[in-house]
Design a protein around this ligand. Structure first.
Ligand code: CDP
Length: 215
């Protein structure tokens, strides 16, 4: 099987940016697993499904037609690249992600990204659940303050209105939910190397991962 680099970490840690750049440098494929949970969140909102109904959410997840094409994310052939990036959908994603029914329905989709010459997979449970045989496992994190600021800049750059204090609260709420849930909680997986990026530039973080991979 092609090699996998698993990069897990809390919300707004910058792992998406770092993971996609590492993939680019190595010519590997890139899996943004968070986008899958965001897609389910968006679809469930459109269908009016209660976020606390695991069975209905699981069934919905199994029926979704998801595709990633030329940097666009399609849901049942509709372009939802922008629509899944709001804070609302991020929060809803973390709510529906607690259900094993939803997580299970996304396992096959995620394994499908493991194609030659290799994969960089970004998420919460890449190293612990989805790709336990990953050749390199990185837990990428940063302080809450650094993460809130990163998320703020990211949203503003996209023209999405944001308030720093609200973002801090949202981050903490999401951290708590991601780490305390029963199914695939956010943990530092066995054998994972911790990369603390509060004081690192993007380039430095990317280089650290590449150095570990090439070591
Ligand atoms: O952008 P941000 O880091 O806030 O979130 P994301 O990576 O887009 O993921 C959205 C939500 O999906 C997270 O808050 C997690 O609760 C959930 N998620 C998960 O449970 N497992 C994953 N492998 C990826 C995301």
């Amino acid at each position: 099987l092609p090699p996998v680099i698993a990069i897990d970490g809390p919300t707004a840690s910058g792992k998406g940016t770092v993971a996609s750049l590492v993939a680019e440098k190595l010519g590997f494929h890139y899996l943004d697993s968070g986008a899958l949970y965001r897609l389910v969140a968006l679809a469930s909102k459109k269908e009016g499904i209660d976020p606390h109904h695991p069975q209905e959410l699981g069934d919905l997840t199994q029926k979704l037609l998801i595709s990633f094409k030329n940097g666009l994310i399609l849901l049942n052939s509709e372009d939802v690249t922008e629509a899944i990036r709001t804070e609302d959908i991020g929060l809803l994603a973390s709510t529906i992600a607690v259900h094993p029914e939803v997580r299970q329905a996304l396992v096959g989709v995620q394994h499908g990204f493991r194609v030659s010459p290799g994969l960089v997979a970004d998420g919460r449970d890449m190293a612990s659940v989805i790709f336990p045989d990953a050749i390199l496992k990185v837990f990428l994190t940063a302080s809450v303050a650094a993460r809130a600021e990163r998320r703020y800049k990211q949203l503003i750059a996209k023209g999405i209105p944001a308030k720093l204090t609200n973002l801090l609260e949202d981050l903490q709420e999401r951290d708590a939910r991601d780490s305390s849930r029963g199914a695939a909680p956010l943990v530092v997986a066995d054998g994972a190397l911790v990369l603390e990026t509060s004081e690192l530039s993007i380039d430095q973080a990317v280089q650290a991962v590449l150095d570990w991979y090439q070591a």
